[in-house]
Design a protein around this ligand. Structure first.
Ligand SMILES: [Zn+2]
Length: 388
C-alpha cells in the first residue's frame, strides 16, 4: 500500500479511515453495473430513475460492509493491546494497518476470523431482510438490493477464507501452523507460499477465461492474482528479514566514519575527488558548520549532465535531511527499517548528536540476511544428521 494516493475521510474510535483514489473507479463501476444490468435482471419493470438511486444506495451499503469487515479485525486487535493506525479502502477491498504482530496463535486466529465472520453476519442479514421484504410484499427492487448485498457479502467471506496470505484465510492458516509447530516465522512463510500458489492459479484462470471466453472479467482475476502474488512475496521477505535481523543494532552493520562532502562543493569535484579517488558511492553532505545537510549518491551525481557538473552544487541535488533515514548507533535495525524514508536509495545515515558517525547501505543489510540464512541451513543440516 506504499505510495498510493489516499485521502482521510474521517475516523472511528481513533482509527483513521482512508480512501484510495481507486475506490472512486470501483464505486462508479459498481453503481453503473448495478443500475444498468444487475438490478434490472433481479427485478425488472422499474425505470432508470428508480434503478440509479437504488444502485447508488446499494453501493454505499457495500462499502459500509467492507468497512465493517475491516473494523472487526481492528477491534479484536485492539482488544489484544495491538495499536491500529488506519483502515484504507482501495481497488481490491480494505487493508487494516495493525502495527504489531499478535503475541499468540489464538490471538492471531481471532483477529483473522473476525473480518469474515462479520461479512457472514452481514450476508445472512441481507438475505434475511430480502426474505422478510418479499414475504411482506415490499417492492421487488428493494428485495433485489438486499439479496444482492447479502450474497455478495457471503461470497466475500468465502473468498477471504481461502487459505492463502494475505487473505484472511492465510492468517488462519498461519495461526494453525504456528500452534502446531511453535514457529511463527515458519508458519508465516508457509502461508505466504500458499498465497503465491493461489496467486498463480488466479492468473492462469484469468488468462484462460480471457482467451477462451473472450471475457474481460478474466483480466480482473489476473489483476487479483497478481496482487496476491506480490503481496505474499513481500510478506515473505518481511518475515525473513525480521528473523534474519533479529536484535542486530545499527552499529553492528554500519560503516564507521564515512567519507563526507560539503554542501557547497560542485558535482564535478565530488565525482573526481571522491567517487573516483575513493571508490565510494554515497556521501553524507555536511553544511559549513559540519552538521548533516543531506545525502548524495552516485546515481544522483551522474544524473547531472556533464556540461552542468562544474556549475551545480551538491546541495542542489542531494536528498534533504527530511527525506532520508537517520538513526543512532544503538537502535535496532528492524525499528529503523520500520520507519525508513523514501529518499537516499535505502541508505541509513547514522548520527550521534550533531556528528555523522556512520552509514548503512542496503548491501550491508542483505549481507547480514544471507549470513543468517547460511547459519540456519547449517543448523538444519546438523539436526538432520543427528536424526539420521
Ligand atoms: Zn479481512
Amino acid at each position: 500500500m506504499h505510495g498510493l494516493k489516499t485521502v482521510r475521510v474521517g475516523s472511528i474510535d481513533g482509527i483513521d479511515i482512508k480512501l484510495d483514489w481507486s475506490v472512486l473507479v470501483i464505486f462508479w463501476l459498481l453503481t453503473w453495473s448495478l443500475a444498468a444490468a444487475g438490478l434490472p435482471s433481479l427485478a425488472s419493470g422499474y425505470s432508470a430513475s428508480e434503478y440509479w438511486p437504488a444502485a447508488l444506495a446499494t453501493t454505499v451499503a457495500f462499502f459500509a460492509a467492507l468497512l465493517a469487515h475491516e473494523l472487526a479485525h481492528c477491534v479484536v486487535a485492539r482488544h489484544q493491546g495491538l495499536p491500529v493506525r488506519d483502515i484504507t479502502l482501495w481497488l481490491l477491498g480494505g487493508v487494516s494497518a495493525i502495527e504489531q504482530e499478535p503475541k499468540t496463535p489464538s490471538g492471531d486466529l481471532r483477529i483473522a476470523i473476525a473480518g469474515p465472520a462479520t461479512s457472514i453476519v452481514v450476508g445472512l442479514a441481507g438475505l434475511g431482510a430480502a426474505a422478510l421484504f418479499s414475504a411482506a410484499g415490499v417492492a421487488g427492487l428493494l428485495v433485489a438490493c438486499a439479496a444482492w448485498l447479502g450474497s455478495v457479502n457471503l461470497l466475500l467471506a468465502l473468498f477471504n477464507l481461502i487459505p492463502a496470505a494475505p487473505l484472511d484465510g492465510g492468517r488462519v492458516l498461519r495461526a494453525i501452523r504456528w500452534r502446531q509447530t511453535g514457529d511463527r516465522t515458519r508458519a508465516a512463510i508457509d502461508a505466504a507460499h500458499a498465497g503465491r500458489a493461489f496467486g498463480f492459479i488466479l492468473i492462469a484462470l484469468g488468462f484462460l477465461e480471457f482467451v477462451l471466453g473472450a471475457d474481460v472479467s478474466g483480466l480482473w482475476l489476473v489483476l487479483l492474482g497478481w496482487f496476491l502474488l506480490s503481496a505474499s512475496r513481500s510478506e515473505e521477505e518481511q518475515v525473513r528479514m525480521t528473523r534474519g535481523l533479529g536484535t542486530t543494532r545499527v552499529r553492528d552493520l554500519m560503516t564507521a566514519d564515512p567519507i563526507t562532502v560539503r554542501d557547497d562543493m560542485s558535482v564535478d569535484e565530488v565525482l573526481h575527488d571522491y567517487v573516483l579517488a575513493r571508490h565510494c558511492s554515497s556521501f553524507p553532505v555536511l553544511d559549513g558548520a559540519g552538521r548533516l545537510a543531506g545525502l548524495v549518491t552516485l546515481g544522483r551525481l551522474r544524473s547531472v549532465p556533464p556540461s552542468h557538473r562544474t556549475s551545480t552544487r551538491v546541495s542542489e541535488i542531494a536528498w534533504p535531511v527530511a527525506d532520508i533515514t537517520i538513526a543512532t548507533p544503538d537502535e535496532p535495525v528492524l525499528d529503523v527499517l520500520g520507519r525508513s524514508k523514501a529518499g537516499g536509495d535505502g541508505r541509513i545515515v547514522v548520527t550521534r548528536g550533531d556528528a555523522v558517525v556512520g552509514i548503512v547501505s542496503p548491501t550491508d543489510i542483505t549481507r547480514v540476511l544471507q549470513f543468517a540464512d547460511v547459519e540456519r541451513v547449517d543448523h538444519s543440516a546438523d539436526s538432520a544428521n543427528s536424526a539420521g
